[in-house]
Design a protein around this ligand. Structure first.
Ligand SMILES: *Cc1c(COP(=O)(O)O)cnc(C)c1O
Length: 648
């Protein structure tokens, strides 16, 4: 495999010729932004929303200023309510269009899978806005069912219960049915059947039963193991037959009303969707032929998000549009069921990622930069220095485009030799520092030659990456972007201002945790993955803000407390038709006391312990009573402060 190229296509545009549109192109925002994000002429990222076809743009920097005024500092998650509403709307409208265009004789009912983002105001917003489309919920646990039952505002919205279900789970769902909410139990394992039969007979409530099948289509992307014979979910065909027989014996086959299949998340290839739906329809037809009334087909999640904006079938992209996805599903169902004279079922989908990813972004500031820039060195080596250092200076003098490869090898050799001499005490600390500096000068000059070459030798291919800067960001990867660490997810990342300036530096990002995994060195672009991100020169004392976009799905509760960095501040912003915006909700992130109590410390006890330590220091004459008060006060303030870097 050839390593991804580390240079960016637009780097040779001169700084004075740079403008915002070149930045937009460089970071691919018009490709992955799906129309929701863009760059203004003065170089700021804007959120675009529409009111009756009239576009309204809000600069994220204006929102950041408003956050600072309210004491909500970086890092922070920014959610744009309008984007969440729009996603729910387009999902429902696209299915409605496909249904109308395809002459389909039933309707679409979307359900939002709560696990994808369980945060209260996300779920509330979907319930509220989704009501006009009868959008319901998918619950995978008792806790999620409790959310669904208490949030659903509309008795035509469905609740789909997946996951392992005990008697308590089933009773809750039966009560929902009794109250007129269409709440389906999707049987994932045969062991659930006797509990459903027993509980529904005991309570005298007829259940709505669905069954989850295993399809055998191979799916591209990261979640390929969610389908197929070895999928841990769903019934095998043999078990499915036992379920049908069991229901018939219990006199409950008429309760079997839904077929469920979930091919996996982030399906990048439309052909997989099509094959999966075709196979699911065969199962559906088979169950109708067995005598079950059915009436609902639930195609699970899987609708992808194009994180790269590349429109390909690679893992972080997708080769289809929403309209195409809906049309494919409608056509595949008609194609299978029409020849068999089976009526069209209600189409259900459980799109999570595609519903919530766009609405959230992580914002953070850069704290510091480290780079490999050499300092300017003396032209000549000192007279009396070791020979190895003189050799390094020689390379510097003879380096050219003809001999750069040989010079590179020599420079490595002499640098290592000098380090060896230092170990043995033959070279001084100052000589080692000079050697490393000359070495850097040589490799930086070589790196600058590479873009002009027709062919870059393999050993030099990641040189630019090795020489890139490290930008230290005020965030924790483990808390806020766990999928980057856990499954190599790519998210679009870019500065949210200064985009009318040329980004002259190449960098990787490091977070605040002192963990070597706490870095980002893979970046998505419409041309594919890169190992460095172009960024602007960082000037200490001037804030520089980056945004990680499309992070609304799966990131907020999978995160952990590595190094005890807690939840970040969160703001929900609602954009108005006149271009103003409101902070609809704001949430302070965890304090240090909060995260310490998660790991079983008692903040009051910590304070008391510390008071005793300070008291002893007074007794021992180390500090005065006045100093003691000051120290105890500082301790208390820290305990109740933010877990991230604060510079205010
Ligand atoms: C995770 C999950 C979903 C959500 O999938 P997305 O790809 O995020 O839309 C839907 N249904 C089931 C059963 C799931 O496990």
């Amino acid at each position: 495999m050839t390593p991804p190229p580390t240079d960016y296509p637009l780097q040779d545009t001169a700084s004075q010729d740079w403008d915002s549109s070149l930045s937009a192109q460089l970071y691919g925002i018009n490709a992955w932004g799906a129309g929701y994000f863009g760059v203004s002429g003065d170089g700021q990222v804007q959120v675009n929303v529409e009111f009756d076809g009239k576009p309204v743009k809000v600069s994220i920097m204006d929102i950041v200023s408003g956050m600072h005024e309210r004491g909500l500092h970086m890092p922070a998650i920014l959610r744009i309510r309008n984007l969440l509403d729009h996603r729910v709307e387009v999902l429902n409208q696209s299915f409605a269009r496909a249904i109308a265009d395809g002459g389909y004789k039933n309707c679409y009912r979307g359900v939002y899978p709560i696990k994808v983002n369980q945060q209260c105001h996300v779920v509330e917003e979907i319930a509220d806005y989704g009501r006009r489309f009868n959008h319901g919920f998918e619950a995978g646990s008792k806790a999620e069912l409790i959310i669904a039952m208490s949030q659903l505002r509309d008795s035509d919205g469905l609740i789909i219960c997946n996951g392992y279900k005990d008697a308590e789970f089933i009773e809750l769902g039966l009560y929902a049915v009794q109250m007129g909410i269409p709440c389906f139990f999707v049987v994932e394992s045969l062991s659930e059947l006797p509990i459903i039969v027993e509980r529904s007979k005991a309570l005298g409530i007829e259940p709505l039963i669905g069954v989850r099948i295993k399809t055998t289509v191979a799916v591209d992307g990261y979640w390929s193991q969610d389908s197929g014979d070895r999928s841990i979910f769903g019934l095998s065909t043999a078990a499915l037959m036992r379920l049908v027989d069991g229901l018939r014996d219990a006199g409950m086959l008429h309760c079997l009303r839904l077929l469920h299949c979930h091919l996996g998340s982030q399906i990048p290839n439309i052909r997989n969707v099509r094959s999966g739906v075709l196979e699911a329809c065969r199962f559906y037809a088979g169950l109708v032929q067995e005598g079950a009334p059915m009436g609902h087909i639930d195609l699970g999640g899987g609708l992808a998000v194009d994180y790269e904006g590349a429109r390909t079938n690679s893992t972080h992209s997708m080769n289809y549009r929403l309209d195409e996805y809906c049309a494919n599903i409608v056509e595949s169902i008609c194609e299978t069921l029409d020849p068999l004279d089976i009526g069209h079922p209600v189409i259900i989908s459980e799109s999570g990622r595609a519903t919530v990813a766009y609405s959230s972004m992580l914002l953070f500031n850069i704290l510091n930069v480290s780079n490999t820039q050499p300092t300017s060195a003396e032209e000549e080596p000192p007279e009396d220095c070791v020979e190895t250092l003189k050799n390094l200076y020689d390379i510097q003098a003879r380096l050219s485009t003809e001999n750069f490869q040989e010079c590179y090898n020599d420079a490595l050799f002499y640098r290592d030799e000098l380090r060896e001499l230092f170990h043995h005490g033959t070279a001084s600390l100052r000589e080692r520092a000079m050697a490393e500096n000359v070495f850097l000068q040589v490799v930086h000059r070589i790196a600058a030659m590479l873009p002009q070459l027709k062919r870059v030798p393999p050993e030099l291919q990641d040189l630019q990456e090795q020489l890139s800067d490290i930008y230290y960001g005020n965030f924790s990867l483990f808390q806020s972007l766990p999928d980057i660490w856990a499954i190599d997810q790519l998210f679009p990342i870019m500065p949210i201002h200064r985009l009318d300036e040329k980004p002259e530096r190449s960098a990787i990002l490091a977070d605040l945790t002192c963990d070597c995994d706490g870095k980002i060195d893979r970046f998505s672009t419409p041309e594919g993955e890169r190992n460095v991100l172009p960024l602007h020169k960082f000037t200490p004392g001037q804030e520089y803000y980056l945004g990680v976009f499309l992070v609304g799905a799966y990131q907020e509760t999978l995160g952990d407390l590595h190094n005890l960095f807690g939840d970040t501040n969160v703001v929900n912003v609602s954009v108005n038709p006149d271009g103003s915006f409101e902070f609809a909700r704001e949430f302070q992130g965890d304090s240090i006391a909060d995260v310490l109590s998660y790991v079983e410390y008692e903040p009051k006890q910590l304070q008391e312990n510390f008071r005793l330590v300070a008291e002893k220091a007074v007794r021992d004459g180390k500090i005065s009573v006045a100093q003691r008060s000051q120290i105890v006060q500082a301790f208390r303030e820290s305990l109740h402060g933010y877990t991230y870097f604060e510079n205010h």
